[in-house]
Design a protein around this ligand. Structure first.
Ligand code: UDP
Length: 328
């Protein structure tokens, strides 16, 4: 297939591009390189350095490349930053999606895979989270993603042949098991890369944000999914797009691990007893989040294969050791 991938230079997008290229697809990447890395883009893909909000340029590209489908990863995704800079997040995430759908409509492109998030659920009352749980995000990032979900549904309702999958990611972690790709955010806010930077001696240690939650060991519980498993779900979703049909699917493993549990595995995998301190809660953090992934398991015929914490951490550790400076 001919595929257009937005955000293909980012952490998840670059992993997806590599897999799609290896599967024999012809991949065009659109990335502003504001948070993405040129070096992360598979050399067999064609990179266009372009802001999604540049609708004329995006439309021209859509008409020139005539993709069979679009995978839309590009977004700003740091929760704390989103609360500080709401206009930037709404403009980039929602404005970018409006521009993308306009360009797709102009180019007659009717298939879309969208990167959504469990942040759209906010603080659910019941675990595990099913797709029909109320969506009540508690931060700007989650609200922009929920707005794009609504936008896609409205767009699809007006175009009978349109098909889409909105994939709601839980905590994506780990690195490409072939060792070429990694996770490099500036600044880094995610637990797994922070822990590995501490193990590598690049940080003084790890601060646990909150040890007084109503959870078994007092720390937050999350559902960690290996990025290779996440990408595999996208491949399945792409194969299953059908005209006039749309789906929203949770992507997680269906069980949660606490911050302390993850730290213990990280110490074992790296062999480093890095310092750990207890810090106050981080604002906006929900105590417990884990998916009920059964809809994705059934509808996609997909199942996680490498999302145990050992594999997540060892794959990321390998990349962090080989690239202490990230992609720089
Ligand atoms: N966390 C932590 N210390 C850090 C970074 C994260 O204790 O330096 C915790 C955070 O409070 C959350 C969990 O680790 O409970 C996962 O955080 P991350 O930012 O990786 O993902 P999120 O769940 O916020 O999307």
């Amino acid at each position: 297939m001919k595929l257009l991938v937005t955000g293909g230079a980012g952490y998840i997008g670059s992993h997806a591009v590599q897999r799609l290229v290896r599967d024999g697809h012809e991949v065009t990447v659109v990335d502003s390189l504001v948070t993405g890395h040129r070096a992360a883009v598979d050399p067999s893909a064609t990179l266009h350095e372009l802001d999604l909000r540049d609708t004329p340029a995006l439309t021209e590209l859509m008409l020139a490349t005539q993709p069979d489908a679009v995978l839309h990863f590009a977004a700003l995704s740091i929760v704390g930053e989103s609360v500080q800079q709401p206009l930037r997040y709404w403009d980039n995430n929602v404005g970018g999606a409006i521009s993308l759908l306009s360009a797709m409509a102009a180019g007659g492109v009717e298939r879309l895979i969208f990167s959504s998030t469990c942040s759209t659920y906010g603080e659910p009352e019941r675990m595990p989270i099913r797709e029909d749980a109320p969506q009540a995000p508690i931060n700007t990032y989650g609200r922009t993603k929920l707005a794009v979900e609504g936008l896609i549904q409205d767009h699809a309702a007006a175009r009978p042949g349109f098909s889409y999958a909105m994939l709601r990611y839980f905590n994506v972690a780990g690195c490409d098991r072939s060792g070429r790709l990694g996770e490099d955010h500036r600044p880094e806010t995610h637990l797994v890369p922070i822990v590995l930077q501490a193990a590598a001696g690049l940080r003084d240690g790890v601060a646990i944000f909150g040890t007084d939650y109503d959870t078994p060991d007092g720390t937050c519980v999350r559902d960690y999914l290996h990025v290779d498993d996440l990408v595999a779900a996208h491949v399945c979703a792409l194969e299953r797009l059908r005209p006039g049909r749309g789906d929203a699917l949770n992507l997680g493993v269906g069980r949660g691990y606490s911050v302390r549990e993850l730290l213990a595995v990280a110490k074992r995998v790296t062999g480093v007893d890095f310092p750990v301190t207890e810090a106050p809660r981080r604002s906006g953090d929900v105590p417990v989040l884990y998916a009920d992934p059964s809809r994705a398991l059934v509808r996609l015929g997909w199942a996680p294969e490498c999302s145990d914490l050992e594999t997540i951490l060892s794959s990321a550790w390998r990349w962090h050791q080989a690239h202490p400076e990230g992609y720089a």
